[in-house]
Write a protein that binds this ligand. Sequence first.
Ligand SMILES: [Zn+2]
Length: 319
Amino acid sequence: MTRDLFYEGLIEGNTEKLLLVPKSDIHNHSTKGCRRKWLEEKINHKFPQTPERFSGLEGMQEWFSDNIKPYCSGSEGIILRWEGAFAEAKRNHIKRLSMNFGVTEIELVGGMDQFVKLIDYFHQEYCPDTLFEPEITYVSVCDIEKETESIDAYLSKGFFRSIDVCGGEDIKPVEEFIPLYRKAEQYHLIKRMHVGESGSADDVKRAVETLGLDEVHHGIHAAESKEVMKYLTKNNIRLNVCPSSNVMLGYARDYKNHPIKTLYENGVRVTINTDDLFIFDSSIENEYLLLFQAGTLNAEQLNDIRIRGQGCEIEEKTK
Ligand SMILES: [Zn+2]
């Protein structure tokens, strides 16, 4: 039984067993979604060890630009890293995968048609049985008016399932993103945003209310407010949590005290995800293991999160 295999994997610290168990990864920045080892073998280059902690998002981007990008840049580098992200989905039995893509990358590989062809090919080649839900993402420094005008060209193909804004929460007031999210609504996309990663519980609530978010990427600081946790639970807003990212960027103290515990125990829906697995050098099976070994959540709780993340609560629980 899958559940037993998962429990054994956690208790024995057995990566091979954990890899075999179906999982989801709902928050994954595609260009940083491949395994380091996979890329090292492909380009025959050894990358330096990731520092134990970065100084926030900026520190991470700087490290990435200095240490990784020079060795796999341009469209070729991006395509290779995308391929690696699908190879990882296969290796790790990702049953449900949401990866995000920026319009700059789409243009870099030749525009929407070429991009869709490439991604479909990797999906079919590596993990055709994975439910793949592509996400379009914008950086918070973007020119919102310009992006809103051009978004139809990307969404009208019916390829994307969700929208996201990433790259720093304190750049502009959340209200400014309303036109972009209205467009996403016209295409029936799931509305997500990076919020409550560095920002507060109130920021999470404000973004959900203002933009009508369905889900939140990170949202961990919601754990600091009972009222906001109640609001999220009542409105069935899921938080896509990325433990290693939070610890390594300094947004959570450590694994043991990671806010996912408080969120889960207060009934907030959560998933466990990788964010930038290449950078943090921790793939999805390891995220579960880290939380288990730190005593943050027990095997039953982690299994519950794992099952719900795939959106198949009923089937798996009756097995
Ligand atoms: Zn992210």
